[in-house]
Design a protein around this ligand. Structure first.
Ligand SMILES: [Zn+2]
Length: 239
């Protein structure tokens, strides 16, 4: 066993961070961490790589909006208030710092058909868009704001908004029909789960971090990934 010390700051970064009204983004994403996925739209490196694999040779789907800086989100919010009013804006546009788009892990996709609605692009449950939806969890993406999950997410149903959480979390969330809020709550309660995929078994641990951080026990030579939850804990994924 190898003891890995986890810095408290690690709570606020990684593919599983929860960003919503109650959990504003704490760490700003550096431009050097971003990659272009198309039409000038950017995502964090690993998310960009996986999205490119998903959209390979695909011309029916386009990237509408990815990473937004704090300033861009603020402008979008104010613009929407002016154009669409308070009710619409509250339902479909997150407050600055509370938008997943500011962490570079969220992407709005649209059908490649003019005109394209920049806030609510069309992304139907049929054809190539549905094929994308079916494949997405195998590449670490989930449809983030599902119908029926409004009470958990605080956001209206958005068929076009996908979030990178990383594999196998994406697949477990889909299998158990859990939003990110519910999945993190599930991990906090369970503390440790083992998930089997074919002949592979993946262990996921949830470690609460104190003011001093936390420590994880990792078996020698076993690959692992770490992500904060943006609340008070760190998720360790052991392959
Ligand atoms: Zn979005």
């Amino acid at each position: 066993m190898k003891r890995v010390l986890l810095d408290k700051e690690q709570i606020f970064t990684g593919p599983l961070i929860l960003v919503n009204k109650e959990h504003p983004l704490r760490k700003t994403i550096g431009r050097q961490e971003l990659r272009v996925v198309g039409r000038g739209v950017k995502l964090q490196r690993e998310a960009a790589l996986q999205l490119k694999l998903l959209l390979e040779e695909q011309s029916e789907i386009i990237s509408v909006s990815g990473f937004r800086s704090h300033k861009e989100q603020k402008n979008l919010y104010q613009q929407s208030l002016r154009d669409n009013g308070e009710n619409f804006t509250r339902n479909y546009v997150a407050l600055p710092r509370c938008s997943e788009h500011e962490c570079g892990l969220a992407i709005d996709l649209g059908e490649n058909k003019e005109p394209i609605d920049e806030i609510c692009p069309s992304f139907p449950y049929t054809g190539p868009c549905q094929d994308f939806r079916n494949k997405a969890p195998w590449f670490g993406f989930v449809q983030r704001y599902e119908k029926g999950k409004e009470a958990a997410t605080g956001i209206a149903h958005e068929p076009w908004h996908f979030r990178y959480v990383g594999f196998p979390h994406s697949l477990i969330m889909q299998e158990k029909a859990l939003s990110l809020e519910e999945y993190l709550e599930f991990l906090r309660k369970e503390k440790r789960i083992v998930w089997s995929c074919g002949h592979k078994s993946i262990e996921i641990q949830y470690i609460s971090a104190g003011t001093e951080g936390a420590a994880a026990e990792i078996p020698e030579g076993r690959p692992y990934q770490i992500s904060g939850d943006n609340e008070g804990g760190i998720v360790v994924t052991l392959w």
